[in-house]
Design a protein around this ligand. Structure first.
Ligand code: NAD
Ligand code: UD1
Length: 338
């Protein structure tokens, strides 16, 4: 039996495919390449030594699922496919709800039609909104989201929960990712944003490689140790391994499970900048700007539940994350085009 990985040519998906294959799983990828590059597949072959079956298609298209379920033996889905740019979601809410929600609803209907009722879903720490207390545990309340992207995650968690309530044959794992950064040690796959990056680490690496002049630090007046925002950065390979560990919660009768995937330690923007400079020997010029709309001061995970129930802990520290992000960017300044 194989695992269908939607969004498997994207940043987190591609790293997860490597870990799945290397732990002995058969994988089929479905991706419409709206935010990824087909050349990832060649890189995945270099790393794993395997040709990964790939379907180019959209999760809103029933036809592609009919084809995949007819041709492949799928027993579970790891669902990464979705749009994820927070700012863009504010200006294009319909597109985000259509892609992420209509797409997932279509996929879930096709899955149940074909008797496939095991799913791991990419959720986000964004569902905790501005938390009253850190670290956040899985029991911390979900709060209002500040943008349509966040709402799609929050709503899809509810939809999957209700599907499981109505039909206990569904096994659902909701993985709430904190801030994935870093890249595979080979330097062959990594994050490849289109245009100017919105997130901190890809912005830093593009400054380091000379594509961007300086980093804007969004706010130094938060109630944190140095006034800049604090987040729980997690190495993408650790995050990928979290999915392999979560497969055991798709065994029959597992039901619904929710896990934070983070390290449990928060770092400020300036701590990230300094660590990046120190481990890589490059300078990151920066200017302090005003706060970015929708940002919160501090968020980090309690990763205790994932450790206790999945036996999973993040192994890489912030130094490795900075080193590996830089190796990827330095070796591939133009992304997969190089
Ligand atoms: P990504 O954009 O690199 O990967 C998503 C992939 O899904 C892309 O390859 C894209 O082409 C594909 N896709 C999008 N819409 C599709 C559709 N309608 N049909 C088929 N394929 C489609 O993003 P990522 O960083 O790898 O994130 C993966 C998942 O994890 C997303 O659901 C994202 O929202 C979630 N997530 C990401 C982060 C993060 O910081 N990167 C944090 C929390 C949650
Ligand atoms: C953001 C999203 C979140 C999403 C996540 C995906 C917002 C409000 N939140 O999280 O919903 O799940 O990305 O990874 O957009 N920073 C700078 N300068 C920059 C970029 C970022 O100072 O150029 C700061 C931010 O203010 C923040 C920290 O760096 O304090 C991390 O930002 P980012 O990487 O964008 O992640 P989040 O905002 O945590």
């Amino acid at each position: 039996m194989a695992i269908l990985v939607t969004g498997g040519t994207g940043y987190i998906g591609s790293h997860t495919v490597v870990e799945l294959v290397q732990s002995g799983n058969d994988v089929v990828i479905l991706d419409n390449l709206s935010n990824s590059d087909e050349r990832v597949l060649g890189r995945l072959k270099e790393i794993t030594g395997r040709d990964i079956t790939f379907y180019k298609g959209d999760i809103r298209d029933r036809g592609i699922f009919e084809e995949i379920f007819a041709k492949e033996k799928i027993d579970s889905v790891i669902h990464f496919a979705g749009l994820k740019a927070v700012g863009e979601s504010v200006s294009k809410p319909w597109e985000y709800y259509d892609n992420n929600i209509t797409g997932t609803l279509t996929m879930l209907d096709e899955m149940r039609k074909h008797g496939v009722k095991n799913i791991i879903f990419s959720s986000s720490s964004t569902v905790y909104g501005d938390p009253d207390q850190v670290p956040v545990t899985e029991e911390s309340p979900k709060k209002a989201c500040t943008n349509p992207y966040g709402w799609t995650k929050s709503m899809l968690e509810q939809i999957l929960t209700d599907m499981h309530t109505a039909d206990s044959e569904w096994n659902v794992v909701l993985l709430r990712y904190f801030n994935p950064i870093g890249a595979h040690k080979s330097g062959r796959i990594g994050e490849n944003p289109d245009g100017i990056p919105n997130n901190l680490m890809p912005y830093i690496t593009q400054v380091a490689v000379g594509k961007l002049k300086e980093l804007s630090v969004f706010g130094d007046d938060y109630d944190t140790r140095d006034g800049t925002g604090v987040r729980d950065y997690i190495h993408v390979v650790d995050l990928a391994k979290g999915h392999v560990a979560a497969l055991k919660k798709l065994e029959p009768g597992s039901g619904l499970s929710i896990y934070n995937l983070g390290t449990g330690t928060g770092y400020s923007v300036l701590e990230i900048v300094r660590t990046f400079e120190e481990v890589n020997g490059v300078k990151i010029p920066y200017v302090i700007k005003g706060r970015r709309a929708g940002d919160i001061a501090e968020n980090y995970a309690s990763p205790k539940k994932a450790k206790e129930e999945l036996g999973w802990v993040a192994e890489n520290g912030i130094r490795e994350m900075c080193e590996d992000s830089w190796r990827w960017q330095k070796n591939n300044p133009g992304g997969y085009a190089d």
